[in-house]
Design a protein around this ligand. Structure first.
Ligand SMILES: [Mn+2]
Length: 351
């Protein structure tokens, strides 16, 4: 089976800025019992266009054959990393019209039957990393696709089993693709980001280190602590200004290690469940109300149709028995088997 791990925060930003279609907001349907309800859920957004775009987009992912989908969001932008570094990104600069749509998106996706990881203490990136690790450890999984262009997630790529997908550019990056793109393998990505910095996340890196020099040094030594302290010991052919870089690194090693901690994703913290939990089993009874609210009248029909495509699933989808807990264990098992069939052709690897 193929598992799709979606960066919901990225998708919401992308739809807000790149697909600026507006849709009236207002008081919205109550979340499913057990649905996602967080701080941002209280806000009544004046516009739900971005949330609507993401929901529609992910229903299209199902229509394309996706069976196991998890969506990670930042319910709170601040995370444990803000306690480690004062400059780390916060939610302060986020357009309130965009921010108010996080809760809408989380609740709507849950109503349409998607697994949602709404992060508070951790970041959406951590949830994606944790889910990728779970998927990697499950031998039934042929491939986990992390759908985000965020360079942080390159550290999670494993062979061609865990890959990063930029859907907008139709790029799939496997292990070798990470080396081509960054000059270092996935395991060295946190070290790489520590040296070059990450302006989106809010840490500067070390002065003088750019993509080329960081890749050259880490391509040779792998990790920060393996880089020789004395410049005379550096064995990095063709690297210009090695002496100065070595001095910078020696002086800034403590900062670099802290930045690496910031860049390293936490694969064990977020509770993401198991691969079986991510299996899409049809929309909930609340889907109709959410489709109306998002002004996507056909969406509930489309998800239902998608459910009917899978024999057995229609029972659940049409009667809402799933919500009432009346589905027998045997049916659950059967449906899981049916949807476990890999419906997605492996995508072409582009480097
Ligand atoms: Mn990130």
């Amino acid at each position: 089976m193929i598992v799709h791990l979606v960066d919901g925060t990225y998708e919401l930003f992308r739809h807000y800025y790149a697909v600026p279609e507006r849709a009236p907001g207002g008081p919205r349907p109550s979340p499913e019992p057990g649905g996602v309800t967080g701080p941002s859920s209280g806000a009544v957004p004046s516009d739900v266009g971005a949330a609507r775009g993401v929901v529609e987009n992910l229903v299209r992912l199902l229509e394309g054959g996706a069976t196991h989908v998890g969506v990670a969001t930042d319910q709170v932008i601040e995370s444990f990393r803000n306690d480690l570094w004062a400059g780390y990104k916060t939610g302060a600069g986020i357009d309130p019209t965009l921010f108010a749509q996080f809760g809408v998106l989380e609740d709507a996706l849950a109503a349409f039957g998607f697994t949602v990881w709404a992060m508070v203490e951790f970041e959406a990136d951590d949830a994606l990393a944790a889910a990728a690790a779970v998927a990697d450890g499950d031998e039934r999984v042929d491939q986990a696709q992390i759908l985000t262009p965020d360079k942080d997630l390159a550290q999670c790529v494993r062979g061609d089993r865990v890959v990063q997908v930029d859907r907008r550019k139709s790029l799939v990056m496997d292990d070798a693709g990470v080396v081509v793109r960054y000059g270092v393998p996935p395991a060295s990505i946190p070290d790489y980001l520590a040296l070059v910095g990450d302006s989106a996340d809010g840490f500067p890196g070390l002065p003088g280190f750019g993509a080329k020099s960081a890749a050259a040094v880490l391509g040779r030594y792998g990790h920060l602590e393996h880089i020789p302290a004395a410049p005379g010991q550096w064995d990095v052919p063709g690297l210009r200004g090695a002496a100065k870089l070595a001095a910078t690194l020696q002086a800034g090693m403590a900062d670099a290690l802290l930045f690496r901690t910031l860049a390293r994703l936490d694969t064990t913290g977020p509770a993401v469940g198991t691969v079986d939990d991510w299996c899409w089993r049809g929309p909930t009874a609340a889907a109709e109300a959410w489709a109306t609210y998002l002004d996507l009248p056909n969406l509930a029909v489309r998800t239902r149709r998608r459910g009917i495509d899978l024999p057995g699933a229609k029972v659940m989808v049409n009667t809402g028995l799933e919500a009432s807990g009346l589905i027998e264990q045997a049916d659950e098992q059967r449906i899981a088997e049916l949807v476990a069939v890999n419906l997605v052709a492996p995508q072409r690897l582009v480097r």
